[in-house]
Design a protein around this ligand. Sequence first.
Ligand code: ATP
Length: 498
Amino acid sequence: MALTIETIISLCKRRGFIFQSSEIYGGLASTYDYGPLGAVLKRNIKDAWWRAMVDERDDIEGLDASILMHPRVWEASGHVENFNDPLVDCKACRKRFRADRIWVVSLIGPDGEDWGEVGPIEAGSAPDAVEAAIHKEYKKKGAPEGLQTNPRTVAEVPQSKHTRCPECGGELTESREFNMMFRTTLGAVEETGLSVYLRPETAQGIFANFDNVLTSMRRKLPFGIAQIGKSFRNEVTTKSFIFRTLEFEQMELEYFVMPGEDMDMYDYWRNQRFNWYKRYGMNPDNLRLRDHERSELAHYAKGCCDVEYKFPFGWSELEGIANRTDFDLKQHAKFSGKRLEYYDQPNDRHVVPYVIEPSAGVDRSLLAFLCNAYEEEQLENGPRVVMRFHPDLAPLKAAVFPLLRNRPELVEKGKALAADLRKSFPARYDDTAAIGKLYRRQDEIGTPLGITVDVESLEDQCVTVRHRDTMVQDRVPMERLAEFCTDKLNLMRQEFTR
Ligand code: ATP
């Protein structure tokens, strides 16, 4: 059966990955809290990115810039003027929608005959999502197959009997531009305070520090600056779980190159970033690179593509990779009055570097890694849900159980073994249920190794290690357990990379 997002949401809540924010107060739309296992999974994803982007290379520096920045930053970047969503409100139910996400579709027959319109349909912007939603509506209308469709958004066709509220059919207001940056006030007195924004992306903190990093680290082109941090966008969203939230984390790299070398580097980063998801076990069948059409490109961009994942709700963006030319550094030089250039010594000239930007979302990656890992299997003794996480991403690496929880010697041994394993990697002791249930619980959170202490262990000083994916069991001497598990995890890592 096809995986649904509801299945993932329910597992996340049941197993302590993700909770609705402020749930005891009825929740706050589009905000989520990461529970005990979600917090670790998230940290593991960020560590995996940092490892690949900073630790394993010698051409990239890390940065941790502040969320609040001088308001001029956002004038220079274009966010004050252009970071807008077109919004419409329903006059009846008062719900708010993005005008560019509500579609009205004209249907045209093979001889050009008019089959009327269908809509309003609420769908994302990905072409396949729109296509799928249209198809559903079109069947409802009893229209024959093979009609041509002309989908347009409410923002493009404001006047139609179909430009109604997708939820209640009420009349919609005209579309208005709405800036997506959260604004707050700096200083003790509201009236005289300075208006500042919560950053809508981490990238501008990198551009503003370009010269600081270049000078302090004595860098030569090409080099990059990488940063992971929170960003905030006042998004109007529905039903997308952690795919689109008001507060989210980004993992962004700005890679500075000589003009002229930019397109080669753009191609290089496209491949690097695509391969990063594969390295951590993402099924390539559910992963694709989609180049933007010319019309989708920002005026300053020379190239842009998205890494997309096939979520249960359709293909959607995980990460954008763009050749942003020298636009950002030039804008900040203009607005700050500072020179943001690189001195090219061999040629005795100053140049404004071009920049390649791979910009990924932590939360979206996490959702994709959850969907990717999920598997349901039919075993002889019933079904099992198993999360096949890459061992580096799995929140726990091993769990230790006593076969009989009413035998103090087994409990004591189990606890001691878990404490010893924790010196090498995150491991848990658990005796809160019968053994079968304990295994199922660990399978559902993707723990690679399950270790059982049984009565025989007291005699032969060995324990049973069961492998999450193959369910193969090995009998291992306790004194070699940590070493054995480390080797197994390494082997698993190699298998994922293959
Ligand atoms: P979308 O078109 O889906 O809104 P975007 O193209 O505006 O995304 P970018 O500005 O390119 O996104 O941001 C880079 C990355 O940051 C995205 O690929 C995504 O992973 C993440 N991201 C952006 N907005 C959100 C959000 N509201 N919630 C979660 N992640 C986000």
